[in-house]
Design a protein around this ligand. Sequence first.
Ligand code: NAD
Length: 361
Amino acid sequence: MPRPAETGPAEPQAGFVHTFLPGRVVLGAGSLDQVAGEVESLGVRRALVVATRSARDAADVVEVQLGDRFAGRIDGVTQHVPTEVAEHARAKAREVDADGIIAIGGGSAIGLAKAVALTSDVAIVAVPTTYAGSEMTPVWGETSGGSKTTGSDLRVLPRVVVYDPVLSQHLPKKVTAASVANAIAHCVEAVWTPKADPITEVTAVEGLRALATGLRQTLTEPLDLDARSNLLYGACLAGSALATAGTGLHHKLCHLLGGTYNLPHAETHAAVLPQVARVNAPAVPRSKARLQAALGTADLADGLFDLFTAADVPTSLRDLGLTEDQAGQAAKAFKPTDNPIPVTEDLVREILTRAWAGTRP
Ligand code: NAD
């Protein structure tokens, strides 16, 4: 019998539980034109459109397509869903008697739609324009007084996701690379969280392949629609993997750093992930081999580091403004979590010291 360390957590022989989440995905260039039809198929009568500033033109198109079903619009969203912004959106949804919300934008626009769906019976149609993956998860978040509360509730899971690569064609390189780093972190970590399972692993490995391929393509051809489609497909898989595997050591470290020292969420992933992969991946060798094949590298940690470096995403916490003392404080403050190898203060210090300096894993 192979020992658990040799098989990793995601082998069917060990038995597993996987919950498929409901939802419909439409992907293709020009699919924005299908949004109104999808809204109609859901039986939505009064649709509120929520759009990030960069998606105003797309929101105009949808507003016209909706015809009588258009009930109102919220233009502009704020990062991390502040409670006052969520309250305003809920009031607007009540005022226009909305039974559906179309969210066009990144994780922030989709997050705002989720805040409304959490407290009223509205169906969400998500039209993502970044690669964060929130559209595939039942996870919501709201920020109040500087602290973020999150939870999971199937009422906030979008019923339909429409991925149109044309909408993210002009996403700036910096935002593209950072949101891809975030999505890649979801794929990599999905193989070793306590809830990892073989079905999620297949999703995560294919997600990593699509994201890495799409990112490399966009570095040379930012406007290439095939590259943007690859990234949206990868984001869809990364979000699905996050939805079923949840988060582990890597994300918990990033949330501690982001929440305590106000580091940018997406960029923090690029600095921390290669170092966590360096210590965790050897404990799940089969999953590691699959992720390496998907990334096209002989070593997962090095491959991630090289990909992020090639995309100009900072791979050092020092470059993001963290001091060496703060890295040490974070290592002390981190609470142990379920992980393939024991999480000691020394292990966390080693990860953060290397991530701080941006050492090649
Ligand atoms: P975002 O939605 O804040 O967008 C980042 C920036 O890009 C914004 O300034 C936005 O206006 C701009 N932008 C978006 N689309 C654009 C486009 N096509 N062209 C040009 N500019 C564009 O950021 P994000 O990375 O998409 O999402 C991050 C948020 O999502 C965080 O709050 C994170 O916690 C959350 N998130 C939630 C989940 C979940 O499951 N609930 C998963 C991943 C991320």
